[in-house]
Write a protein that binds this ligand. Structure first.
Ligand code: FES
Ligand code: FES
Length: 179
């Protein structure tokens, strides 16, 4: 018997321990938001959170989640209480066919949970393994950037603009942006 938390509820399944978590969630628990794309950990369509980390569930045996906390797209938000990223996805009209989007949202939400003020590079690194055949990448990036805390964003810009201080007259003699 495998026991774990799924979207904040304790669950248990009596199943072949080699069964990929994706199929346990989709077929056993009937939560169909996470998609099967490549089945080889290459496209990100099946991404869920394992103890807060974005993981590919098409290659993750359910035995590996014994005692773990799993969140699928169904646990990210609800229609009445969307996750801020889901609101941003709607505002930016991100999805086209939509097939990749639950995986995209799970990767983006794992990033922001750890780093609420990611740089462009941080976003690109975190989202790198999530493939979108429809090419929604620029809208995904815009949506993620729209939920970055404005104060934190301003502070990072300010830090990157720190000038060189001239001690002879007390004036800043140059400024340079790093990003
Ligand atoms: S279906 Fe899991 S990474 Fe493609
Ligand atoms: S929206 Fe179609 S694959 Fe990403």
């Amino acid at each position: 018997m495998i026991n774990f938390q799924l979207n904040n509820s304790p669950v248990q399944v009596d199943i072949d321990p080699d069964t990929p978590l994706l199929w346990v969630v989709r077929d056993h628990f009937k939560l169909k938001g996470s998609k099967f794309g490549c089945g080889m950990g290459l496209c990100g369509a099946c991404t869920m959170h394992l103890n807060g980390e974005a993981v590919r569930t098409c290659t993750l045996p359910v035995s590996a989640v014994q005692g773990a906390v799993i969140t699928s797209i169904e646990g990210l938000g609800t229609p009445d209480n969307l996750h801020p990223l889901q609101e941003a996805w709607v505002e930016h009209s991100v999805p086209q066919c939509g097939y990749c989007q639950s995986g995209q949202l799970m990767s983006a939400s794992a990033l922001l949970a750890k780093n609420p003020n990611p740089s462009d590079d941080d976003i690109e690194t975190a989202m790198n393994g999530n493939i979108c055949r429809c090419g929604t990448y620029s809208k995904i990036k815009s949506a993620i950037k729209s939920v970055i805390k404005p104060d934190a964003e301003a502070m990072r810009t300010q830090v990157s603009m720190v000038g060189t201080f001239d001690p002879t007259d007390g004036n800043a003699i140059s400024t340079e942006a790093n990003s």
